[in-house]
Design a protein around this ligand. Structure first.
Ligand SMILES: Cc1ncc(COP(=O)(O)O)c(C=O)c1O
Length: 408
């Protein structure tokens, strides 16, 4: 009986393909290249503990409901962080969210209704796919290459759309994308902003990884670039989060957008959770005020740089021409394509048997095609675990490939 009551989007819902890998994680000795989890070794537990202690000294604020827009001390810190990244942002243009994941969900709620057309770079972050799918959006996939979203393909793509199918938004992770790890060059950023202005769609710039640069050389965020270029209304909405640099358990993120859009997201958020946990917000604010954040980020950059190197070197040494990938310039991921014929299902099962986990590439496409790419995260395991994990992966390859090269 209850089955008849489900809303259509939830009648036969596909859960998150990554969360479905969770049961494998608990197998003893498993090395996981699967989740986008930051390294537990990098958590500044002492800094967070001190921040929490200061917060508990004023329990009246920390343990009470707070404003939907976010607690004042955190808002102030996030305005400062945003401006350090080149964004000029008024207080009414910033919203604190429960992780940047919620920011995207709120945007989808206030912008997208069933059958609306949206543009999505693929391979894409699975939770973004899921949110768009649940909203009933018609998703048009935009291809990426080693430099990220292929902006040159967008105009043609728009021309091929049926009359009246005007996209509302485009979702992208321009700086160290999830899952491809790519960094969108400045010229493509300029082109993307021009396209959004010309065709009247919003760009949702999701930026949880931007600070994790290994070279120190990242182009301006799209949001800041659009501001610097001037012109009417900024077509970019900026999302970010301290999840990957401080701790995902804080469940704190933020959005920078026009005050019109923020106001509507505030209304949506009122029904979702009233407010992001004030306790978590004040601990995050205290941590950012403490001055420890830059050191924490810098440590994370150094550590992830070594881990990325160990993974890339290991793959090159053990799998050689059987795989193709770009070396990471930042972030947490390597996108690895198999050049030999390999049955992806067999490879995944063989890898699990060998004790190493990755996310099969199909999870990052709305259509879940069979493919032979995989996402490997180098963030959570340490260098020796990475070496061992890559050796296990090589053994899994050996048992699931034939020697016939792929011709296309
Ligand atoms: C591209 C992207 N956006 C958003 C998120 C969610 O981050 P948060 O913890 O801020 O909700 C993730 C986490 O994996 C991500 O990879």
């Amino acid at each position: 009986v209850i089955k008849d009551l489900f809303a259509p989007a939830y009648a036969n819902p596909a859960g998150s393909p990554i969360r479905e890998l969770f049961p494998y994680l608990s197998r003893p000795g498993m090395i996981s290249f699967a989740g986008g989890y930051p390294s537990p070794a990098l958590f500044d537990a002492e800094g967070l503990r001190q921040a929490a202690e200061r917060v508990f000294a004023q329990p009246a604020q920390a343990l009470q409901y707070g404003p939907t827009e976010g607690s004042a001390p955190l808002r102030q810190e996030l305005l400062r962080l945003s401006s350090g990244r080149g964004l000029r942002c008024l207080p009414e243009e910033l919203l604190v969210t429960t992780g940047s994941q919620q920011a995207f969900d709120l945007l989808v709620r206030v912008l997208v209704q069933p059958d609306d057309v949206v543009l999505l770079e693929t391979p894409a972050y699975p939770a973004a796919i899921q949110a768009l799918r649940l909203a009933g959006a018609v998703i048009h996939e935009l291809p990426m290459d080693a430099d990220g979203l292929q902006t040159a393909s967008i105009s043609d793509r728009l021309k091929q759309m049926p009359a009246g199918a005007k996209p509302k938004l485009l979702y992208t992770v321009p700086t160290f994308s999830n899952p491809r790890g790519t960094l969108l060059p400045h010229s493509r950023r300029v082109e993307l902003i021009q396209l959004a202005r010309r065709h009247g769609f919003l760009i949702i710039e999701d930026d949880p990884y931007g600070e994790l640069t290994f070279t120190g050389d990242t182009p301006q965020p799209l949001y800041a670039l659009a501001q610097d270029e001037g012109g009417p209304e900024n077509p970019v909405v900026y999302l970010s989060s301290p999840s990957k640099t401080v701790a995902p358990a804080l469940r704190v993120g933020w959005m920078v957008a026009s005050s019109d859009l923020v106001r509507r997201c505030v209304v949506a958020k009122q029904t979702v959770d009233l407010c992001t946990s004030p306790l978590a917000q004040l601990i995050a604010a205290g941590y950012l005020q403490s001055g420890r954040y830059p050191g924490t980020v810098s440590k994370a950059r150094d550590e992830y740089r070594s881990r990325a190197l160990a993974m890339a070197d290991g793959l090159a040494a053990t799998l050689g021409a059987q795989v193709r990938f770009e070396r990471a310039q930042g972030g947490m991921f390597l996108w690895v394509e198999c050049t030999s014929t390999v049955d992806p299902r067999r490879l995944f099962e063989a890898a699990v048997q060998q004790g190493v986990l990755f996310v099969p590439g199909a999870a990052f496409y709305p259509g879940m095609p069979e493919g032979t790419a995989m996402r490997l995260s180098f963030a959570a395991p340490n260098v020796s675990e990475i070496r061992e994990g890559v050796a296990r992966l090589a053994r899994a390859f050996a048992s699931s490939t034939s020697n016939i090269p792929v011709t296309s």
